[in-house]
Design a protein around this ligand. Structure first.
Ligand code: GTP
Ligand code: MG
Length: 221
């Protein structure tokens, strides 16, 4: 990498939370993204798990570090969720394409985020287990209809389908979220910026004064 390229490279750090019914595959998505592994017999998460992963957005020459909170979907842990989404910059509301009920639960999470999460949080609605097409219960037309309703309500939602099992679409979800995040609030770690992209308005410190991204239109509320 040349000196010039290195100077232009920016660094940002964002908190991301995964929400959704138990067994939709939240932990599996995270493990595919972070470790590129999949476990057919993954144990249900207790409380929450924390992992990090970094991606690069070439267009904006930005390296993004995601601080990922993988929450537990079991009902008994529901009251813990606000602790994790309270300072989040992005949320993945995950459902299982073979479970209509999980799609409803994901919509409930979006409703809660609209009321309680930080202003400007980037919300995505992710249908996992796309490898189980023959057992599909949630049609893409229903998802589109729901997202259109939300758009009319002033909330833009990123939608995607993926399979943690095959890996299809997983990286794409995080790349799309990365592009939608406000990299004008970039942290330059080389200058000792310790603050992360948190806080009521997405937080972070504007060190590089980048142009606001059009993709920021994806943020909600
Ligand atoms: P909680 O931690 O209880 O909230 O569940 P979770 O949402 O984290 O689900 P988890 O990742 O533990 O996955 C639940 C089960 O679904 C596991 O047996 C996984 O192997 C399976 N699974 C996860 N993702 C996929 C997928 O993309 N395809 C298929 N076929 N199975 C999957
Ligand atoms: Mg889990």
């Amino acid at each position: 990498m040349s000196q010039q390229q290195s100077t232009n490279q920016r660094f940002a750090q964002f908190k991301l939370v995964l929400l959704g019914e138990s067994a939709v595959g939240k932990s599996s998505i995270v493990h595919r993204f972070v470790k590129n592994t999949f476990d057919d017999l993954r144990e249900s998460t207790i409380g929450a798990a924390f992992l990090t992963q970094t991606i690069t957005i070439p267009e904006s020459q930005t390296t993004i570090k995601f601080e990922i909170w993988d929450t537990a979907g079991q009902e008994r842990y529901k009251s813990l969720a606000p602790m994790y989404y309270r300072n989040a910059n992005a949320a993945l509301c995950v459902y299982d394409i073979t479970s209509r009920n999980s799609f409803k639960k994901a919509q409930d999470w979006i409703k809660e985020l609209k009321k309680q999460a930080p202003e400007g949080i980037v919300i995505s609605l992710v249908g996992n287990k796309s490898d189980l097409e023959d057992q599909r219960e949630v049609e893409s037309s229903e998802v589109e209809e729901y997202v259109e309703e939300q758009k009319n309500d002033g909330c833009n939602i990123i939608t995607a389908e993926c399979s943690a099992k095959s890996g299809d679409g997983v990286l794409d979800v995080f790349n799309r979220i990365g592009r939608a995040l406000p990299v004008d609030r970039v942290i330059d770690s080389r200058q000792g910026g310790a603050a992360s992209g948190t806080g009521r308005r997405g937080g972070g410190v504007d060190l590089n004064r980048a142009k606001p991204q059009s993709a920021q239109a994806n943020s909600c509320c």
